[in-house]
Design a protein around this ligand. Structure first.
Ligand SMILES: Cc1cc2nc3c(=O)[nH]c(=O)nc-3n(C[C@H](O)[C@H](O)[C@H](O)COP(=O)(O)OP(=O)(O)OC[C@H]3O[C@@H](n4cnc5c(N)ncnc54)[C@H](O)[C@@H]3O)c2cc1C
Length: 318
């Protein structure tokens, strides 16, 4: 049996969890079994809808303390829920990165983090994953009885079916957190960067923080999140939670628009799983153009205002 962990943010199941649910259902089909899901904390979504993603039963642990993420507590609860399952699936986001290794130890389960395809079952249980920041793939044979897979965001297309899932409470011992949260600073009014479909990102080519108005305006018009290269966050032009790359957030939006960013390998490591990459740079030899689907060689201060005007016209705002 296959169990998928559904991550939530502020009571809403995250988009990448639906990809993981679909992946779990397809994995279950390959194994000749069914997929169930587990949700921790109180959510507002109608969980019966998960049937459309191939999930049979949804186990819920509605203890409100679980709305505050704690990796140790979550891993304990999941270990209880996973007792009757052979394969546990996560979406490979920051939550999974904190829980899956802990669960792997508790269940003595082999873990493949960053899967990009369904398991291959003709010769054992082999999972393809991306390695070296997306530069290569490795096929990992998992021989433990229990297996854990965390699926890269945007690596698997959602397969929608007909159906309604059954929602049932799971009685778990939740335990108390060893971590005490003393304050929470929430970023509000912005599109979440890790979940965004469209990201508008700026680099040192923008010359200074005072020029981010046009980045924010374009992002606002496109319903996009804003991001930046590391030096931009290091010199305090932008907050650190916007920094993407090897040492920042790894994202996989449908559209990544990089403005005044050179495309260093450490930056690409965090964005090269984006479906479509658009690069705006005044240097035709900037390395980013090699990774781009579309490139505009030009000055950002001329190109971006033209893009803003074009989007406004398209939306009937100008
Ligand atoms: C261990 C390590 C980890 C790192 N991790 C990260 C990471 O996670 N994320 C990250 O981003 N970097 C990371 N870096 C830094 C990385 O190597 C690069 O230095 C950084 O990405 C460069 O940022 P940038 O492209 O904004 O700036 P620059 O390299 O200065 O590039 C600016 C670009 O803007 C263009 N430009 C200038 N003016 C204009 C204009 N008017 N219009 C259009 N284009 C213009 C230039 O042609 C240039 O290509 C890391 C480095 C190391 C050593």
């Amino acid at each position: 049996m296959v169990l998928v962990f559904l991550d939530q943010a502020e009571g809403t199941i995250t988009k990448s969890s639906y990809e993981a649910a679909s992946y779990a259902a397809e994995t279950a089909k390959l194994l000749g079994t069914t997929a169930d899901a587990i949700v921790l904390g109180v959510v507002n979504d109608d969980l019966t809808q998960l049937g459309m993603f191939g999930v049979k039963d949804v186990h819920t642990v509605t203890n409100p303390s679980l709305n505050q993420f704690d990796a140790q507590v979550f891993a304990n609860v999941l270990a209880q829920a996973a007792a009757n399952y052979n394969v546990v699936i996560f979406s490979n986001n920051s939550t999974a990165k904190a829980i899956a290794p802990r669960l792997s130890v508790k269940l003595k389960a082999g873990l493949v983090a960053g899967a990009v395809a369904l398991p291959e079952l003709t010769n054992g249980f082999i999972v393809k994953k991306s390695v070296f920041s997306g530069k290569a793939f490795a096929n990992i044979a998992v021989s433990t009885e229990k297996k854990i897979i965390s699926l890269n965001v945007n690596a698997f297309n959602i397969v929608k079916t007909e159906g309604t899932a059954t929602v049932q409470p799971f009685e778990a011992e939740v335990g108390t957190s060893k971590v005490k949260t003393t304050s929470v600073d929430k970023v509000s009014g912005e599109v979440s960067l890790s979940e965004a479909e469209v990201v508008v990102s700026g680099g040192r080519g923008l010359k200074g923080p005072e020029n981010w108005g046009m980045i924010e305006e374009l992002a606002g018009l496109l319903g996009a999140a804003t991001a930046c290269s590391r030096p931009v966050a290091d010199i305090d032009w932008r907050p650190h939670h916007e920094h993407v790359g090897q040492t920042g957030l790894a994202i996989a939006p449908n559209l990544y628009i990089a403005i005044g960013i050179s495309g260093a390998i450490q930056h690409l490591a965090g964005v090269n799983r984006s479906k479509t990459i658009v690069v705006i740079n005044k240097d035709a030899d900037a390395p980013f153009f090699k990774a781009a689907d579309y490139g505009i060689v030009g000055d950002a201060f001329e190109v971006v205002p033209k893009m803003i005007d074009a989007v406004k016209k398209m939306k009937g705002l100008a």
